[in-house]
Design a protein around this ligand. Structure first.
Ligand code: NAD
Length: 486
């Protein structure tokens, strides 16, 4: 019963305080269909409180030596390691992905904290003597102020760590809004942050939905906004927050193409391709969505993908041996079913139908099995729109040029992969692809903490990407001093 579960609090100024919300969202365990918590839909008043706390903390934190700020992140890293398994289980419980997938995502998040720990080196400026006789010039990086991030539902623990450790180590203060669908692991990480000797107000967490996002975009006290979510909301956030004069990076949705050349090693490639399409139940912004077999690769690639998909064990991600968990919610389940129905009605051939998949010991879970459509036309909804579920659309083409035409015609350009044993084809692919994340015999060109991450075109609005060196650019401003001494 929803009444029996905990209602989450916001973390503001170093304390857990109730939101001023009057409405709440049920947080589910998607494998069981049960309600496990209630997230408040905080108001602009709650954002106001968090920004006031973060603003108050900024003067002291920005003057704290970078090496001391980094030490707080070393402590955070140690606590994340200590609670690694607990966090991974929490991610699976609130999101549904398998425990191995959750572990992988928590590991990727910890790697971001590790890179942020190198802040003192990354924050160094540079200088030049004698720009004119007796005149020197230096550049120093300085923190920008209160920074905010808004997270999606699909990587509850990892996505906030793309931002928080970098913002904080750079000397900024921070406000996080988790997805209201998966707030639990983020709340737990804030309990760990409480043990990291951060002064009150350096990190703040405000639960909620649209009202909180709009308040973050508009608030004059917030200097930067990082957003991750669907393209329509990413575009809105980018427009609204830049209009208010902020620095913004907004990562949007995807429709990722996976090219299979006739010379691909299918024995090795198909398990990787299947994982790309069905890992995380297709709820990754890097998930394969359209399989593009070139020439004679069509029949074998399709048939072997169907075989691999049909062999996946669907179930509760906490159970051993499960290859694919549920989707996030009942409405999202219905959305995926509707896409399958549209694919059928638009004339694609449904070669594997996941709609009837049931998990006997989890009758109320939001499960849908893997589906494969063949002979998909890119004008069909399933060939064009982001489904964000375990549905593969096979779109055969005659040659690599035709594969490029297909990809170039799509407004999203987040990630793409090629499977081939030809170095020439791989090089050409990497060089010509519009998507910013490219996999060569890799199904998920995953974010690496020490490299930049983000898409292109309608998958990314902004300039600087997330983590890697870009994070230190995004979270600092450069101060140039020209000096002469008499
Ligand atoms: P979403 O856009 O529905 O929500 C993202 C965030 O925006 C949430 O915190 C939500 O509360 C808020 N939000 C939702 N609707 C809003 C509105 N109308 N106005 C203001 N705020 C709003 O996305 P989601 O369903 O949580 O996540 C899935 C999407 O995120 C997919 O499209 C996926 O491709 C994308 N994604 C992209 C990346 C990337 O790196 N490009 C990474 C992860 C997820």
């Amino acid at each position: 019963m929803a009444e029996a579960v905990e209602t989450l609090s916001n973390f503001v100024g170093g304390r857990w305080i109730p939101a001023t919300a009057t409405s709440f969202v049920d947080v589910h365990n998607p494998a069981r269909g049960t309600v496990i918590a209630r997230a408040p839909l905080s108001t602009s008043r709650d954002v106001e409180l968090a920004v006031a706390a973060a603003t108050g903390a900024f003067a002291g934190w920005s003057e704290t030596p970078p090496v001391v700020r980094a030490r707080a992140m070393f402590r955070f890293r140690a606590l994340l390691e200590e609670h690694f398994e607990e966090l991974a289980r929490l991610v699976t419980t609130e999101h549904g992905k398998t425990l191995d997938e959750s572990r992988g995502s928590v590991r990727r998040g910890i790697e971001c904290v590790e890179v942020a720990c190198g802040g003192p080196s990354m924050l160094m400026g540079y200088g030049l003597e004698n720009v004119s006789h007796g005149i020197d010039c230096t550049v120093m990086r300085q923190p920008i102020g209160v920074c905010a991030a808004i997270a999606p539902f699909n990587f509850p623990a990892m996505v906030p760590l793309w931002f928080l450790p970098f913002a904080v180590v750079c000397g900024n203060t921070f406000v996080l809004k988790p997805s209201e669908q998966v707030p639990l692991s983020q709340a737990r990480m804030f309990e760990l942050l409480q043990q990291c000797d951060l002064p009150p107000g350096v990190v703040n967490l405000v639960h909620g939905g649209r009202e909180v996002v709009e308040a973050i975009c508009d608030h004059p006290g917030i200097r930067s906004v990082s957003f991750v979510g669907s393209t329509p909301v990413a575009r809105l956030v980018y427009q609204r927050a830049t209009h208010a004069g902020k620095r913004v990076q907004a990562l949007g949705g995807a429709k990722n193409f996976v090219i299979v050349m006739p010379d691909a090693d299918l024995d090795r490639s198909i398990p990787i391709i299947s994982e790309s399409f069905y890992g995380c139940a297709g709820e990754r912004c890097l998930a394969g969505s359209v399989l593009v077999p070139v020439g004679e690769a069509h029949a074998p690639a399709r048939d072997r993908l169907i075989e691999a998909a049909a062999a996946l064990k669907v179930g509760d991600g906490l159970e051993p041996g499960v290859g694919m968990g549920p989707v996030i919610s009942r409405p999202h389940h219905q959305r995926v079913v509707t896409y399958v129905e549209r694919g059928v009605s638009e004339g694609a051939r449904l070669a594997l139908d996941g709609r009837e998949t049931r998990v006997p010991d989890r009758p109320d879970g939001f499960f849908i099995g893997p589906s494969v459509f063949d002979e998909v036309n890119p004008a069909m909804a399933i060939g064009r729109e982001e489904i964000f579920g375990p549905v593969a659309s096979v779109c055969p083409v005659t040659d690599l040029d035709a594969a490029f035409r297909l990809m170039d015609a799509h407004p999203n350009a987040n990630a793409t992969s090629i499977f081939t044993s030809s170095g020439k084809a791989a090089r050409e692919f990497s060089h010509r692809a519009t998507a910013s994340m490219v996999g060569v015999n890799i199904g998920v060109a995953a974010p690496m903490a020490y490299f930049p991450f983000g898409g292109a075109r309608d998958s990314f609005f902004g300039d600087l990407k997330v983590h890697g060196r870009d994070a230190f650019e995004f979270y600092t401003d450069k101060k140039v001093t020209i000096s002469r001494w008499f």
